[in-house]
Design a protein around this ligand. Structure first.
Ligand code: ATP
Ligand code: MG
Length: 461
């Protein structure tokens, strides 16, 4: 097949334009950068044979479905295949790697750290690996910790992050000064949307200063709202933990007349955990997510639905994502933010539980009624990764190692259609993956729960 570049990142294959998404390489900025054979050639376990190394011409399509009437739609993107390259830009003994975790916790953080260390050590012979403590501020406010396979050996078995994390502390100048002073040339940054925006700033500043430093990122967010990639690590573990809370809510609800089990789950902008836990549990009568506005009173509202379900079934289980219904609650007025500048949300679960009780007391006086409100938020994200996520974290971390050693920079490692890729950092940092309410998955939720569409009649304010 004839494939040729048109000079601006696109190529033509058989005369069709293909939208290739390349990530930068240090050799783009330093054309004379020497390249070395990949140390995996010398590794007794690998024996690279033909096809072992990924090449510059291999890409992965974002969408796996094609319409034969339009096989190359303009919005189809192709991402670089991740994996070891034949040549690397660092000699093992020259690498000074740093690993940092920022933002909230997520199952699998320690597994990613462990596997970055193991990947660098065993596959690339890197011996200088530092853990930066407590997020971005750790670059300039504290000593680092030495990491080797022995130190991190059992880290995958515990939740949280052994390197600690924090919010705030993003002082770009101080961070890049510290990167220069400490001589790091390979950075692994693990964090959510805020962290990735910070990493993009670091990448740009490193470029401006002309430093030969590779910036590799691994997206972390338990909410699974990371753009482009299939799913974020820890998500499946979190769904499993969330389901345990829903089971408990169901038992509580069933064990009392007119019992309501109310579970609040993580999901600031995206309701993926609530949606997936609902689909997996089948005990949920109504799931409220940030993408679908709802209202309480009047025809088609939540309170009417509650009364119907209690009359029909004697109990009701409601799941609410933390970002849902924020517009319904009286504003606290202070617009308080956390140290990273994120707006602090009001507790929708606590508020909703009060509203349900008030409604039943006022409209069904004398009838037994109970709401059991369960908030498993921190339990869901503080657990260690399950088997699937541990494997996923391992492959992610190794993909990031291969990319950084090959000189790629300003990139995110992650799976696209089940194949590990390198994605330009800014595409992930400045976009979000929300629940697609036009997709059959949401339709399936509605048919399982029979919950209202929450279309407000015109007569209601
Ligand atoms: P999560 O939301 O999943 O907990 P996060 O990475 O979004 O993870 P934040 O606390 O928002 O968590 O941010 C983590 C770090 O990134 C903090 O040190 C914060 O100062 C920094 N940061 C946040 N937003 C930005 C931004 N827009 N530009 C630069 N740095 C940022
Ligand atoms: Mg965030």
């Amino acid at each position: 097949m004839a494939v040729y570049e048109n000079g601006n990142g696109s190529v033509f294959a058989n005369d069709a334009k293909i939208n290739l998404q390349r990530v930068p390489n240090l050799s783009d900025f330093f054309p004379d950068l020497p390249k070395y054979p990949n140390p995996l050639n010398e590794n007794k376990y690998f024996h690279p044979s033909k096809g072992f190394f990924a090449t510059e011409t291999q890409f992965v399509a974002k969408s796996v479905t094609i319409d034969v009437s339009n096989p190359n739609p303009p919005n189809q993107k192709y991402f670089m295949l991740a994996g070891p390259r034949e040549k690397v830009v660092f000699k093992s003994e020259d690498v000074k790697a740093a690993i940092v975790t920022c933002g909230g916790l997520c199952p699998g953080l320690n597994t990613v750290i462990r596997e970055l260390v193991n990947g660098l050590w065993h596959q690339y012979g890197v011996r200088q690996i530092s853990g930066v403590l407590a997020g971005y501020r750790g670059f300039y406010s504290s000593d680092t910790v030495y990491l080797d396979p022995k130190v991190v050996d059992s880290w995958h078995k515990v939740g949280g992050t052994m390197l600690d994390t924090s919010r705030g502390g993003m002082d770009l100048k101080k961070i890049v000064n510290s990167i220069e002073d400490r001589g790091y040339n390979v950075l692994f940054i693990i964090g959510g949307d805020g962290t990735l925006r910070g990493a993009h700033g670091i990448f740009e500043e490193i470029k401006r200063r002309g430093l030969k430093v590779s910036v590799a990122c691994i997206p972390k967010t338990v909410d699974n709202d990371v753009a482009v990639i299939d799913r974020s690590f820890g998500f499946q573990t979190a769904v499993e933990a969330a389901q345990a809370a829903i089971n408990a809510a169901h038992v509580e609800a069933e064990s009392t007349p007119n019992g309501v089990g109310l579970v609040k789950l993580m999901g600031r902008s995206a309701g993926h955990i609530a949606l997936h836990a609902t689909l997996s549990s089948r005990d949920v009568d109504c799931v409220l997510i940030p993408e679908v506005p709802f209202f309480l009173k009047g025809p088609g509202g939540l309170l009417e639905f509650l009364d119907q379900r209690l009359a029909e079934n004697g109990h009701c289980v409601i799941v609410v994502a933390e970002g849902a219904g924020q517009d319904l609650m009286p504003k606290s007025g202070d617009g308080a933010k956390d140290d990273s500048g994120n707006l602090l949300f009001q507790d929708i679960g606590y508020w909703l539980s009060g509203q349900l009780k008030k409604h039943r007391n006022e409209n069904h006086p004398g009838k037994v009624f109970a709401v059991k409100y369960i908030d498993p938020t921190y339990m869901v994200r503080a657990v260690p990764s399950n088997a699937t996520d541990t494997l996923y974290c391992t492959l992610l971390a190794h993909s990031a190692c291969h990319g950084a050693m090959a000189g790629y920079t300003g990139f995110v490692a992650g799976p696209v259609n089940g194949t590990y890729c390198y994605v330009p950092l800014e595409q992930v940092a400045y976009n979000q993956h929300l629940v697609n309410v036009n997709h059959q998955k949401w339709a399936w939720v509605k048919s399982l729960t029979n919950q209202p569409e929450f279309v407000k009649p015109d007569s209601l304010p």
